[in-house]
Design a protein. Sequence first.
Length: 454
Amino acid sequence: MKNIFFKTTFIIGLMTLLCCVDGREFDEMEGSCTTDLAANITFEALNALVQDDVVQIQDDLILEGYVISSDRAGNFFGVLYLQDALNNPSKGIQLEMDLRESHLQFPVGSKVLIKLKDLYLGKRGDNIRIGSVFSSFGNLSIGRLPSGKVFEHLLVSCDDEGLPEPVVTVIVEIDSLPSNILVQLENVEFSEEVLGETYAIAQEETERIIQDCEENEITLVNSGYADFQTEPLPEENGTLTAILTKDGDTPQLIIRTLDDVNFTEDRCPEIITEFTSSQIFISELADPDNNSKARFVELYNSASEPLDLNLWTLRRYTNDNTDISSTIDLSGLIIDAESTLIISPNAEEFELVYGFAPDLGVSTNSPADSNGDDNLELVDPFGTIIDMFGVIGEDGSGTNHEFEDGRAVRNSNIMVGNPVYTFSEWTIFNDTGDAGTTKLPQNAPEDFTPGVRD
């Protein structure tokens, strides 16, 4: 009886010990390997077999590849990613299978051989996928290979395994790479908008944005069941290793464990996109006597370097209004060094009349569509008035800032803007000649010089 009791107690204790250990904590299993198989198809040739619909492979084909994914941390589930070489891979595939803790049998770097016969082959975007099959409303889709079938089709080679070397790349070049391969991005960080968040929302697939120092972005996809789901996103900059997948044509990254995230450096310096300069100013205003559709505003940059006009605005005060009547947002435009920038309220007519397209086409009744008795101001991103034409609250008719049926051109010796309208800086033509202006209506195109600083 004592022996029976002892043996029973030992067995129960052993079973309890085994049940209480998380399978992810086991070392990789010492499994059998094969020397009996040799590959007879390449990844490229397999890709050539892909059709519009899911197909079943009928031939005795053997594919050789290297494991690059791992479900150790729970960020991958029911899938194994393979690429065709440890270094400089040309293609990768996605094997769907219903096998938990697959990292124990197929650790990263393992060379494996896949018996493709009777498996199903399909493609989602650029992702080559193999596995079982299921039907939905009569349409076949790639599904997970049952666990009992996995070891009939997937075998570890006895050849020495190695560690895959990720392809070092940058975000702007990621589209040119094949899907389902291991990549590495350097000098990247989580976008400021997601700082303070965790890697994933519990039980939800979660996207987090990764960016480089030029603010190019790519999505990192994390499982809400991953071991690191509750870990806060690191605020630093560094190196990210991940598997590149594509959702249709959109690239995405998936990490295997937090060891793939090595962010220990200072974040990228802030990119300043708002600049001010007194060397941007209004250089010509046009209200042709013969064609009101050929109106335009010309700006000039007297500096020796280009300037980004992000958040710059051009404002119009119609007649004697003291409130802004209309505004043009100049964001997205760059004015080159010692060059002009032309704004037209009728781009098609402008090109027809002057022979080239304006830099910016806007609507009628905008600041570029003045009939010659309005007031304009050029404002930088910080709200500072850099240049002014006219006097706010004063209708231009009969004043020294009227250019009706004519032209106002900045004198060539003026190289900076002026927040206070100064008549001596301008030569003004109109149909009245009042207040020191020149009575000489101007016709387009011959009397105007858009794009040329007089």
